[in-house]
Design a binder for this molecule. Structure first.
Ligand SMILES: C[S@@+](CC[C@H](N)C(=O)[O-])C[C@H]1O[C@@H](n2cnc3c(N)ncnc32)[C@H](O)[C@@H]1O
Length: 200
C-alpha cells in the first residue's frame, strides 16, 4: 500500500517553538483552522500539544491532503479533523466557523494574492478578539535582513517570480485592512518570525 505521509525536516525544529507561542495566544477551547497545512506534521504536533482544542487542517494541494490524511490515520487523534481542500484565494472557504486561524510558511511561497485571500477569509471567519497566527520569513524596515533570508528570497523568486520574502509592513497593512491588529512579533529559529494578530 502506498504511504502518502510526507515529511518536512524543518517541522522537527520549529513545531515546539511555535507551540510555545501558540500556548500564549490560543483560546482554551474551540476550533483552530490551519491554512496551508502542507505535510500535516505541524497540525499533528499541535493536536497532541493542545488536546482540548479541535484542529482543522487544510491545503489546496491533493498530495498535501493525502499526506495530512495519512498522518491523521496513523495517529488516530480524536481532536484532529479530516483535512479540507482550501485555497486561501477562494471567495468562499469550506470552513464557516473557527476560533483561531494559523498559517505557517505560506505567505512567501505563494503569490501575494494568497496573502490577500488569507486576510480576507480569516477576517470573515473570526469573531472579535480571535487570533490569527502567521509564521515565516519577513523583511523588517530598519532591521538588516539576515543573509540566509536574502538567499532564501532569491531562491524563491528564481523558482517562481510571484513568490518571495514579504515586507512585514505590507503583511501588517493587509491584515489591518481586514480588521486585525498586530499584537506580537516574536523572533523564531532560523531568522523566522511569529506574527500574532487579533481581530479588532
Ligand atoms: C512551504 S509549504 C508549508 C507547509 C506547512 N505549513 C509547513 O510549514 O511545513 C507551503 C504550503 O502552502 C500551500 N499553499 C500555496 N498556495 C496556497 C493558497 N493559495 N492557499 C492555501 N495554501 C496554499 C501549499 O500547498 C503548501 O502546502
Amino acid at each position: 500500500m502506498t504511504d502518502h505521509r510526507r515529511s518536512a525536516p524543518h517541522v522537527a525544529r520549529n513545531a515546539e517553538p511555535i507551540a510555545e507561542v501558540l500556548h500564549d495566544m490560543l483560546p482554551a477551547r474551540g476550533l483552530v483552522l490551519e491554512v496551508a497545512s502542507g505535510t500535516g506534521e505541524h497540525v499533528v504536533h499541535f493536536a497532541r500539544a493542545f488536546p482540548k482544542l479541535l484542529w482543522q487542517p487544510s491545503d489546496p494541494e491533493p498530495a498535501a491532503l493525502r499526506s495530512i490524511e495519512a498522518w491523521r490515520a496513523e495517529t488516530g487523534l480524536f481532536n484532529l479533523l479530516p483535512a479540507v481542500s482550501l485555497d486561501a484565494r477562494a471567495a468562499e472557504w469550506p470552513v464557516v466557523e473557527a476560533d483561531a486561524v494559523l498559517c505557517i510558511n505560506m505567505v512567501h511561497i505563494s503569490p501575494w494574492s494568497a496573502t490577500v485571500g488569507l486576510m480576507r477569509g480569516a477576517g470573515l471567519l473570526l469573531a472579535a478578539g480571535a487570533p490569527l497566527y502567521l509564521y515565516g520569513a519577513y523583511r523588517q524596515a530598519g532591521v538588516e535582513t539576515a543573509p540566509s533570508n536574502e538567499a532564501f528570497d532569491a531562491d524563491l523568486r528564481a523558482r517562481n517570480p510571484e513568490w518571495g520574502v514579504r515586507d512585514l509592513e505590507a503583511v501588517v497593512a493587509e491584515a489591518e485592512g481586514r480588521g486585525f491588529r498586530l499584537e506580537r512579533v516574536a523572533p523564531m529559529p532560523a531568522n523566522n518570525l511569529s506574527l500574532v494578530f487579533r481581530k479588532a
